[in-house]
Design a protein around this ligand. Structure first.
Ligand code: SAH
Ligand code: SF4
Ligand code: F3S
Length: 438
């Protein structure tokens, strides 16, 4: 019997990639590979990559340098680039990075063991076909036990926002079966998971026959009333009233919606092909706030999209003020080859993008701080996740509305729900004391 082989895997990009990496680990595990966190022990080095912005790719190139050195020391090691960058760059990546043995896109992970086997005998491999049907429904992701699990429920994106590579790197939308997802969640509950996050690039465009995302969410929520159910990312276009009602009706579906708006300017939204205007978005937010009291909202914003003027930028700031998000992820526009926006040029100077970005960040920080301070004096329910990063004497966990809470340990444990009285807050974290646990 030969010695067991080891696979080392680094993951970049969005939560879909994190979930995909667990699929990759399962496929490799079933082919006889153990996972290792020690690159030196590895026979196979995989990096699951993101191509959404240029700086995401630059980071990966940095890592590829490290893997090149590893390969100099241990020439037999197989280096594979997986995920969105593999799909975007294909053979170019293989040509520019001579130490890369495998380039494998997100729909080809079932082939990894065979490709790796071939690579051990010196044959490089590219597998970047995108599929209309692959959803890995039958592959149980190899997860580490814990509190919270990612559950990928749909793949791909058909929205074609003009700035975005995802429709090209992930291919067309396709959903898993409702029954398959519910069964997976039942097993997760049996294993002790307390929280699941249903994942998709446009999770709310999920469809399985007559069942839509609201039906899926309700089905998952009914598995166990003490299981927290989260989901991301929701596209404003697919945020139906039925879905809002479903979130409102189930106490264990978290009152937190990540609802990226990207810009507050109708002109820019149209150039982005976002399919809504600012008013339509604001009316949607009003309906959500009305039906889900205390709901927490977050967004993604791009600064410096082609032709964006100071006026357009001010409209984004106005929208942020009106919505009062609890958090925002902000990005400088990064041109991506072959997207529609690529052909619009990149005419906003980098300094202007940076200035606008900083203004957005500063405004959002003020709003988040104000909203968090409103919670001082209230009692919130927290699912305890881990030791706080700063002190082993404190726990951290999140509220149903996805706010991070830090509090001194006082008898409760990881995975329990505790009630915490909030005493202090900054723009990112709430601080308090545990008052009871159940
Ligand atoms: N499917 C999700 C997320 C896609 S990627 C959605 O539709 O919201 C996450 C975020 O990256 C996007 O929401 C967008 O704000 C940002 N993004 C995507 N492409 C970008 C680009 N070319 N430049 C800058 N930011 C980008
Ligand atoms: Fe990209 Fe738009 Fe699809 Fe989101 S909805 S993944 S931003 S194309
Ligand atoms: Fe990046 Fe691909 Fe996700 S481009 S954001 S890893 S879908």
């Amino acid at each position: 019997m030969t010695q067991k082989r080891h696979v080392y895997l680094e993951t970049y990009g969005c939560q879909m990639n994190v979930a995909d990496s667990e699929v990759v680990l399962r496929v490799m595990h079933d082919a006889g590979y153990d996972r290792t966190d020690d690159m030196v022990k590895a026979d196979v080095i995989f990096v699951n990559t993101c191509a959404v912005r240029e700086n995401a790719e630059e980071r990966i190139y940095g890592r590829l340098g490290t893997f090149r050195n590893r390969k100099k020391t241990k020439p037999g090691v197989v280096v594979g680039v997986l995920g969105c960058m593999a799909e975007r760059l294909r053979k170019d990546l293989m040509e520019s990075e001579s130490h890369v043995d495998l380039v494998v896109g997100p729909d080809e992970y079932r082939r990894l063991p065979q490709l790796v086997e071939n690579a051990f005998s010196g044959e490089k491999g590219i597998a970047v076909r995108l599929s209309r049907v692959e959803n890995y429904d039958d592959i149980v992701p190899l997860r580490t036990d814990g509190i919270s699990a990612w559950v990928s429920v749909m793949r791909g994106c058909d929205k074609f926002c003009t700035f975005c590579v995802v429709p090209f790197t992930r291919g067309r939308e396709r959903s898993r079966s409702l029954a398959g997802v519910v069964k997976e969640v039942e097993q997760l509950v049996q294993r002790g998971f307390k929280e699941v996050t249903l994942l998709g690039q446009n999770v709310n465009s999920y469809r399985d026959g007559d069942n839509d995302f609201a039906d899926l969410l309700a089905g998952v929520a009914r598995v166990d009333s003490s299981l927290r159910v989260r989901f991301t990312t929701s596209h404003p276009q697919d945020m139906s009233d039925k879905l809002i009602e479903t979130i409102s009706a189930h106490s264990n579906i978290c009152n937190y919606i990540h609802l990226p708006v990207q810009s507050g300017s109708d002109r820019i939204l149209q150039l982005m092909n976002r399919t809504y205007d600012a008013n339509h978005y604001l009316r949607l937010v009003a309906r959500i706030k009305d039906r889900i009291p205390g709901v927490s909202l977050s967004t993604d914003i791009i600064s410096g999209f082609p032709t964006e003027t100071d006026d357009d930028h001010r409209m984004t700031l106005d929208l942020l003020r009106q919505v009062e998000y609890d958090g925002a992820f902000t990005f400088k526009y990064s041109p991506r080859e072959n997207t529609k926006a690529w052909h619009m040029g990149d005419d906003v100077p980098d300094e202007v993008k940076t200035d606008r970005l900083n203004e957005i960040i500063e405004l959002q920080r003020e709003v988040s701080l104000r909203k968090n301070r409103e919670l001082v004096g209230t009692t919130v329910e927290v699912l305890v996740e881990d030791d706080s990063k700063k002190s082993p004497d404190d726990f951290c966990g999140r509220t149903d509305t996805n706010k991070m809470v830090v509090f001194p340990k006082n008898g409760s444990g990881v995975g329990e729900y505790v009630r915490v009285n909030i005493q202090n807050a900054n723009s990112a974290t709430l601080f308090g004391n545990e008052i009871s646990h159940n």
